[in-house]
Design a protein around this ligand. Structure first.
Ligand code: B12
Ligand code: SF4
Length: 449
C-alpha cells in the first residue's frame, strides 16, 4: 500500500552560467514540489522532498524507497535529466512507483514515458490536478474519470486523455484554485537563499503564475502552457510570500513568473499588497513592450513598492530579427527603456539571443555592442547573451526542422543541450562561443566560467 510521495529535484549543474553573488550555483526553492505536495496530503499520503542540489546523500535516500513509495520527478531539458534518470532507475528497482512531470516531460510526453523509468508522465503547466488524480487512482480514493480530468500517460496506455486547458491555441487566462504551496516541505531554507547584488544578500524566489499568452517563436512557454496563463490569486500569493519570508529570513524576493507584468492591473495589485504586507525588495520579469507601454507614474509606483530589478528579454537589437522572434516591441526604444529604468532606480537584467536563422553575420557584434551600450548608460544594469536553442514545438524549431535540423532523440542526448554554447552546426558560428562568453563575464556578475 502506498504511504509516501517523495519529490525529487535533480541537480541542475548550472554553476557556470548561474552563479550567485556568493559564488555558488543559484539554487532556488523547488516550487514545483511545494505546489504539488497538497496532492499527496489530499490522498492521505506523506510528502517529502529529496533535493539533490542541497543533499549530497540523495542517492542513499532514494535507495531506501520501496513498494509503498511514489517518486515524483521534475524533468527540465538539459543536465538535470541525468539525475532524474538515475534516481528513477534506483527507485523503480526498489519497487517504488515513478512519475515524471515538468517542462521536458510536457514537450515530449510519449518519448519521456517510453525512454525513462517512469511508470507515468503528467504533462502540462499547473500539475496539481494531474498528480492528485494519479495518486487518487493509486490509493483507490479517486472517483470515476470525468470529462475535464487532466491528461496522464501511463505505461501501457492513456489513463485519461483530456488536456487540462481544453487544448492548444486557447489563449486563456486561468485563475488557479489549487491549494497553496506547502512550505513545510522545506525543512531548511538556507540552501534556497541566494545573494543577489541587485536585490539582497538573502534573496529567495517565488512564482505567482505559470505559462505565457505571448507567442515568441523561440520560447517553449507557449507550448508547455498550451497558450494559457495560469495565475495564482494575488492575495494568496502575498500571504504565502509573507510566511515564506518569515521562515527563510529573506531580505528580497525574485519572482520567477515567465511574464509577470503581462496584466499590469494584476502586477500593480501585487505590488501594492506586497509592499503593505511584506515590504521587501523584489524583482520580476517585464516584457519590453509592456515597459514601453507603461506610463512613468506606474513605473515609479512599482519602484516605490520595492521593485528593484527586472528581467527583460530584449532578444536582439536588429529589427528583422525582432520580427523573426515575434517579440513584438520596437528595438529603437532600447535606450529610452534603459534610461527610464535608471531614472526610477530599477536595475535591468537584459537578455539577448544570437545565432538566429538567416541572420547577417554582423548581428553577433551588433548584439554585443548593444549590450555594452546598455552597460555604458548605467553600469548597474546587467546583460546576458545566449545562443538560440530551437526547442522542438516552437515555430523556429519547426522552420529549422524543415531545413534538416536534427534534434537529440534520447533523454541522454537532451541532457547535453546548453544555450551558452554555440552547439548547432550551420546555425551558430562557433567562433563566437568564446567571444560571447567573454562578453557575458563583463556584462553580468552571474557568469563564472
Ligand atoms: C529557477 C529556474 C532555473 C534555476 C533552477 C531550476 C531548478 N529546477 O532548479 C536555474 C537558474 C539553475 C535554471 C537553469 C536552467 N534553466 Co531554468 N528556469 C527557472 C525558472 C525561471 C523557474 C522555475 C520554477 O520554479 N517554476 C515554477 C514552478 C511552479 O513551475 P514548474 O517547475 O514548471 O512546475 C510546474 C509544472 O511544470 C508541473 N511539474 C513540474 N515538475 C513536475 C513533476 C511532476 C511529477 C508533475 C506531476 C508535475 C510537475 O507542475 C508544477 C506546478 O504546476 C523557469 C521558468 C518558469 N517560470 O518556470 C526556467 C526554465 C525551467 N528554465 C529553462 C532552461 C532552458 C534552463 C537551462 C537549461 C538554461 C541553460 N541552457 O543554461 C538551465 C539549466 C538547467 C538544467 N537543465 O540543468 C526552461 C526549461 C525549458 C525546458 N524545456 O526544460 C524554463 C521553463 C525557462 C524557459 N521558458 O525557457 N533555471
Ligand atoms: S519569451 Fe517571454 S514573453 Fe515570449 S513567450 Fe516566452 S515567456 Fe512569453
Amino acid at each position: 500500500m502506498i504511504r509516501d510521495v517523495w519529490f525529487f529535484q535533480p541537480r541542475t549543474m548550472a554553476k557556470a552560467n548561474y552563479a550567485n553573488a556568493g559564488g555558488k550555483e543559484q539554487t532556488w526553492t523547488p516550487w514545483w514540489a511545494c505546489y504539488l505536495a497538497p496532492a499527496a496530503s489530499g490522498a492521505g499520503l506523506g510528502a517529502h522532498l529529496i533535493d539533490a542540489r542541497a543533499d549530497d546523500g540523495w542517492r542513499a535516500r532514494v535507495q531506501a524507497l520501496g513498494a509503498d513509495d511514489v517518486l515524483a520527478v521534475t524533468a527540465l531539458t538539459g543536465a538535470a535529466l541525468r539525475d532524474a534518470l538515475e534516481a528513477s532507475a534506483i527507485a523503480r528497482d526498489r519497487g517504488a512507483y515513478v512519475v515524471w512531470g515538468g517542462p521536458h516531460a510536457t514537450l515530449f510526453p510519449a518519448e519521456t514515458l517510453a525512454q525513462s523509468p517512469a511508470h507515468a508522465v503528467i504533462p502540462g503547466t499547473g500539475g496539481f490536478p494531474g498528480l492528485a488524480l494519479l495518486l487518487g487512482r493509486l490509493t483507490g480514493t479517486a472517483g470515476p474519470p470525468g470529462p475535464d480530468d487532466p491528461r496522464i500517460l501511463v505505461k501501457g496506455g492513456h489513463l485519461v486523455t483530456v488536456p487540462r486547458f481544453g487544448g492548444h491555441g486557447t489563449g486563456q487566462t486561468i485563475i488557479a484554485d489549487d491549494p497553496d504551496p506547502r512550505l513545510d516541505l522545506i525543512t531548511d531554507w538556507e540552501p534556497y537563499v541566494n545573494a543577489d547584488e541587485a536585490i539582497d544578500a538573502r534573496t529567495t524566489s517565488f512564482v505567482t503564475s505559470e505559462g505565457c499568452l505571448r507567442r515568441c517563436t523561440f520560447c517553449t512557454e507557449p507550448q508547455t502552457s498550451g497558450h494559457s496563463w495560469y495565475t495564482h490569486p494575488v492575495e494568496r500569493s502575498v500571504e504565502v510570500l509573507a510566511e515564506m519570508a518569515r521562515r527563510s529570513r529573506a531580505g528580497g524576493i525574485k519572482l520567477h513568473d515567465p511574464n509577470f507584468f503581462h496584466d499590469p492591473v494584476r502586477a500593480m495589485a501585487f505590488a501594492q499588497r506586497f509592499r503593505a504586507r511584506v515590504g521587501l525588495r523584489w524583482a520580476s520579469s517585464l516584457h519590453p513592450a509592456d515597459l514601453q507601454e507603461m506610463p512613468d507614474t506606474q513605473l515609479r509606483a512599482a519602484a516605490d513598492a520595492g521593485l528593484c530589478r527586472v528581467l527583460i528579454g530584449m532578444e536582439t537589437p536588429v529589427p528583422a530579427l525582432i520580427r523573426l522572434s515575434n517579440k513584438r516591441y520596437d528595438p529603437a526604444g532600447i535606450e529610452t527603456m534603459v534610461r527610464r529604468l535608471t531614472a526610477v532606480g530599477i536595475r535591468g537584467m537584459f537578455t539577448f539571443i544570437v545565432g538566429w536563422p538567416d541572420a547577417e553575420p554582423g548581428h553577433y557584434q551588433q548584439t554585443i555592442d548593444c549590450a555594452f551600450a546598455i552597460k555604458d548608460l548605467d553600469p548597474r544594469h546587467q546583460c546576458k547573451i545566449h545562443f538560440l536553442e530551437p526547442w522542438p514545438g516552437t515555430p523556429l524549431a519547426k522552420m529549422l526542422a524543415r531545413r534538416g535540423l536534427q534534434h537529440p532523440t534520447s533523454l541522454s542526448g537532451w541532457a547535453d543541450v546548453d544555450y551558452y554554447q554555440a552547439q548547432i552546426p550551420g546555425l551558430h558560428n562557433p567562433a563566437y562561443t568564446e567571444i560571447v562568453r567573454d562578453a557575458n563575464r563583463q556584462l553580468s556578475p552571474y557568469i563564472d566560467a
